[in-house]
Write a protein that binds this ligand. Structure first.
Ligand code: PEP
Ligand code: MG
Length: 525
């Protein structure tokens, strides 16, 4: 009988996994629905009415009155007309819905009669119920424990999947710098890329060797021998103190990056805080981006869990390889190549919702807000102004809020070279993933993009940029911070605050203890 077939690939996340193949691209799979526009809204309203009718069954008389009122509003033709008029004025269906309902809520909140004012919350409820329906069901999940096989994988699909049962990822193409690779490393999910197209049937046993970089396929009907399950980090974090120093006694802060609010549970006592929360992985659809209450709930949970430790939430870094799914594309969003702060400033309706959610969440903990892909100082000034305007609106509505410090990612070379001109940034955090890509003129999706070759240039740029920070807080949250190999260079560049994926924290902690602050090895190491 033929031996299992071993295909050479490139490791994107270490560890070994085996299981039945899940083929992401089936030739007979139905094409995804492209229904958008007003039809999508009508469908979402119908779904919401159905949900409310089910809630009304078995509700007490008082609750039924509220639900009946909500259904009446959803059926009210004037609401539909106002939304339609906004769409004709070129607004996206989701934001047209939000603007119409917000206007209605505003009128109710300003009413003289107490009874009318009390109705505002009922309308807020249906606004968000319809947004929930517009967000739709996430992309179909695949069976836990299986090996995802395909050309590429969407970050939202990775995040929605239950990886606690094992499993792994084998991509025909892909990149080690891509966002799914980054998520896989953060969650210790074995992953390989660049396997090239290979034929396997759904359910075929497949092995992923994320250590050596290989895929193992059954051959001649023989099953591959089971590979050892991925090992979770074994460091005893309970006994670590939060104080961390280099061998020569210089204090170091070690924070974690989180991609999914559930990862806040990895904030053990030895962690300084959350150095980067990538909000775009919790807000993956246009409907979520328009849903202030949903965002507030997510940020509040993270801040409350962090307690008195600082949490830095990065505003939506969407665009590029992080698209925002929706019932229809936001005009100018998909094709323009806009990403990060430029996209937020070009589509301020998205930024305003997030700014309000962040301003309101700030009262629940030590929040800082970080802006992605900043290139020029005026981008920070414009976003600060937007926050001020939204804070004023919240104040008028008597909603509790607090202005958080607003800082920036340093991940565009043009910004890194000019950090002394970013007077209005409250803090800086180096994003070496994008910095490497843009410095080395390599695409993030390019399998040959080799961070290793560009590292000396990145380290030199970091060392120069740190000198331009004028005593403001500075940290590094790109993947380079989670690789002990680069730690001597990063310490020598003057960095003292590292934010890494939770799975990388134990290794970085022990590496720091063995080094002096200038990056040299401690005596006896
Ligand atoms: C970076 O670019 O280093 C970074 C932290 O941001 P992201 O990986 O989300 O692009
Ligand atoms: Mg980045």
């Amino acid at each position: 009988m033929a031996a299992p077939l071993r295909l050479t690939a490139k490791s994107a996340s270490p560890g070994i996994a085996s299981g039945p193949a899940f083929l992401a691209e089936r030739p007979d799979a139905p094409a995804p629905s492209t229904a958008g526009g007003y039809g999508a809204l009508e469908k979402a309203i119908d779904i919401s009415i159905g949900e409310l009718e089910r809630l009304a069954d078995g509700a007490d008389a008082e609750s039924r009155d509220i639900i009946d009122f909500q259904i009446e509003v959803l059926r009210d033709p004037t609401i539909a007309e106002a939304t339609g008029a906004r769409m004709e004025a070129d607004e996206n269906v989701v934001f047209a819905w939000v603007a119409t309902l917000d206007a209605y809520i505003g009128e109710l909140e300003a009413a003289d009669e107490e009874q009318m004012r009390a109705r505002a919350v009922d309308i807020l409820d249906i606004k968000n119920r319809v947004l929930g329906a517009l967000a739709g069901t996430p992309i179909a999940d695949f069976p836990p424990g299986s090996i995802f096989v395909g050309k590429d994988m969407e970050p939202s699909r990775f995040l929605a999947h239950d990886w606690s049962k094992g499993g792994g990822i084998a991509l025909f193409a892909g990149s080690t710098a891509g966002h799914v690779a980054l998520l896989a490393r953060a969650k210790s999910v074995p992953m390989v890329i660049g396997t090239g197209r290979f034929s396997a049937a759904d359910g075929d046993p497949v092995g992923v060797d994320g250590d050596a970089g290989a895929v193992v396929l059954k051959a001649g009907g023989m099953l591959i021998p089971p590979l050892a399950p991925a090992q979770a980090p074994t460091a005893d974090t309970q006994n670590e103190s939060s104080e961390l120093r280099t061998a020569d006694g210089v204090p170091i802060l070690l924070s974690i990056n989180i991609n999914d609010p559930a990862e806040i549970d990895a904030l053990d006592p030895a962690t300084a805080g959350v150095g980067l929360m990538r909000s775009e992985f919790s807000i993956t659809s246009v409907a979520d981006a328009a849903n202030e209450e949903r965002q507030l709930a997510i940020y509040r949970r993270v801040l409350e869990q962090a307690g008195d430790r600082p949490v830095t939430i990065r505003m939506l870094d969407i665009g590029g390889d992080k698209p925002l799914a929706g019932p229809e594309d936001l005009p100018g969003l998909s094709a323009s190549g806009l990403r990060g702060i430029r996209l937020l400033l070009a589509r301020p309706e998205i930024a305003r919702v997030q700014a309000r959610a962040l301003l309101r969440a700030a009262v629940f903990g030590r929040l800082s807000v970080m802006l992605p892909m900043v290139t020029f100082p005026d981008e920070i000034d414009r976003m600060r102004e937007l926050f001020r305007e939204e804070a004023e609106k919240l104040g008028r509505r008597s909603l509790l809020h607090r202005m958080p410090p607003i800082g920036m990612m340093v991940e565009v070379p043009a910004a890194a070279l000019m950090l002394d001109t970013f007077g209005s940034a409250a803090f800086f955090s180096f994003g070496t993933n994008d910095l490497t890509q843009y410095l080395a003129a390599s695409s993030r999706d390019d399998i040959d993009a080799d961070a290793g070759n560009a590292a000396p240039a990145v380290l030199r740029l970091l060392a120069q940029a740190v000198k331009l920070t004028a005593g403001k807080p500075v940290s590094i949250c790109g993947d380079m911070a989670g690789n002990p190999h680069y730690l001597p260079g990063l310490l020598a560049a003057g960095l003292r605050h590292f934010s890494v994926a939770p799975a990388r924290r134990p290794a970085i902690r022990s590496a720091i203890i063995g080094l002096n602050a200038d990056g040299t090895k401690a005596a006896g190491e």
